[in-house]
Design a protein around this ligand. Structure first.
Ligand code: FDA
Length: 392
């Protein structure tokens, strides 16, 4: 064998795996630089983990699959690594940890760890194909215009999902998994803005408001942003992972439930105000004008009965919308779905039907919430595979 292990993909998971898998490891990537998604993540500051990371923050056909890896390499372990490398960080909101400086520090850290472990990195290398061979795998590559076949005892699929093809994302891991007879669950863009036919929200572009957004029985309390193409903002990105084409989403514009009592109080204290004006104290003015096209917001607050105010606030708390689609893989932060976990050990990430084959990171059917969860899955799953490989 030329190598003990070949890792396909030098992204978050591949780099982390290489730093723990021991010597004799080759990491291959077709990109010119490693960790490109790390570099652009979190607006250039990389939201590298989340203080509140628990298995409940991940979607998968098998919700239990992520538990073992997340428990054995936690957010605290990654924070410890970041601290050891002297990278300054801060909590932005909701447990989301970002670099104070640049995401490049995380890439440099992973490179340093990998170099220390003695792993080799080949960039600008095209992966032509993979074949099983006696005692391992053969990977055909093209590098500097030369084709060669490399043999390794174990192979790690770490080429991520399909999001942002412009950055080099491909479905390679899925293709190789299928080639080995493994199942790939339905994949779809996730953490992605939702679009609407003839976007009715165009006049509201740029307006942001706190909401509770529901899809498929799940909800998130965060900000929603109206855009030229539809809806975005953290609340929408989060529910996009749970939404399926053709289904409606429900928006609660009054997530704290404070609107009805506030309007009733205004009826007493300031009843001469127009209902629309009163509403503008609680919702963005442009949104109120838009809502005025479909709801009667004329008349004074003093003239509104309890019933009328309840009917209005009930409607604002259950705004049902049916998106036409999403912005797709072009802008999706992640790919939901992926290589089905049922043929893999949750402890080692090794395939039970193809010994020596490992799957880690976004390529697997494990998708985290927005807020550092997807990187934590990449680190945790990579550590699980790396440790298992180093023990072989
Ligand atoms: P990743 O995609 O990182 O790496 C895959 C590697 O495989 C790449 O280097 C690619 O070039 C290579 N590859 C693919 N196909 C190949 C082929 N055919 N041949 C050779 N190489 C190939 N998450 C988070 O937790 N916090 C955040 O702040 C963000 N922010 C963010 C912003 C944006 C714009 C995006 C697109 C995504 C995020 N994410 C995120 C998600 C996060 O980036 C993602 O979940 C991880 O990078 C997944 O790590 P992987 O190593 O599995 O794949």
């Amino acid at each position: 064998m030329d190598w003990k292990t070949i890792i396909l993909g030098a992204g978050a998971a591949g780099l982390m795996c290489a730093s723990t898998a021991g010597s004799g490891v080759l990491v291959i990537d077709h990109a010119k630089a490693p960790g490109e998604k790390i570099r652009i993540s979190g607006g250039g500051r990389c939201n590298f983990t989340n203080l509140h990371c628990t298995p409940e923050a991940f979607l998968s056909e098998n919700p239990h699959f992520a538990k073992s890896a997340l428990a054995r390499y936690t957010q605290w372990d990654f924070i410890d690594l970041v601290d050891r490398h002297g990278i300054a960080w801060h909590e932005k909101t909701l447990g989301q940890l970002f670099c104070d400086g640049s995401a490049r520090e995380i890439i440099a850290m992973l490179r340093a760890e990998m170099d220390q472990a003695g792993a080799t990195l080949w960039l600008s290398t095209k992966i032509i194909g993979v074949q099983p061979v006696d005692g391992g795998f053969a990977v055909e590559v093209e590098r500097d215009g030369q084709r060669s076949v490399l043999r390794a005892r174990s192979l790690v699929l770490a080429t991520g999902g399909k999001s942002i093809p412009k950055m080099g994302a491909t479905g390679l891991a899925y293709d190789i998994a299928r080639q080995f007879g493994l199942r790939v669950t339905e994949t779809r863009p996730a953490l992605v803005p939702l679009t609407f036919p003839d976007n009715p929200f165009k006049p509201l572009a740029g307006v942001s408001t706190p909401v509770r957004a529901y899809a498929n029985g799940t909800h998130f309390d965060e900000a929603m942003l109206f855009t030229h193409r539809g809806l975005s903002g953290p609340a929408i990105l989060q529910i996009s992972s749970h939404w399926h084409e053709g289904e409606p989403i429900d928006i609660d514009l009054d997530p704290t439930g404070a609107l009805l009592p506030a309007l009733k109080a205004q009826r007493q204290s300031d009843g001469r105000r127009q209902l629309g004006t009163a509403l503008s104290q609680h919702l963005p003015g442009r949104l109120v004008s838009y809502l005025g096209e479909t709801h009667d917001l004329s008349g004074r607050v003093a003239d509104q009965s309890d019933r009328a105010l309840s009917a209005l606030t009930d409607a604002l708390r259950a705004w049902r919308l049916t998106p036409g689609g999403s912005e797709g893989y072009r802008t999706a932060e992640v790919t939901a779905g992926g290589i089905a976990t049922d043929a893999f050990s949750s402890r080692t990430m090794e395939c039970t039907s193809v010994p020596g084959l490992y799957g880690i990171g976004e390529a697997m059917d494990v998708t985290g919430w927005l807020g550092g969860y997807n990187f934590q899955w990449a680190w945790s799953s990579a550590q699980a595979a790396g440790r298992a490989i180093s023990a072989t």
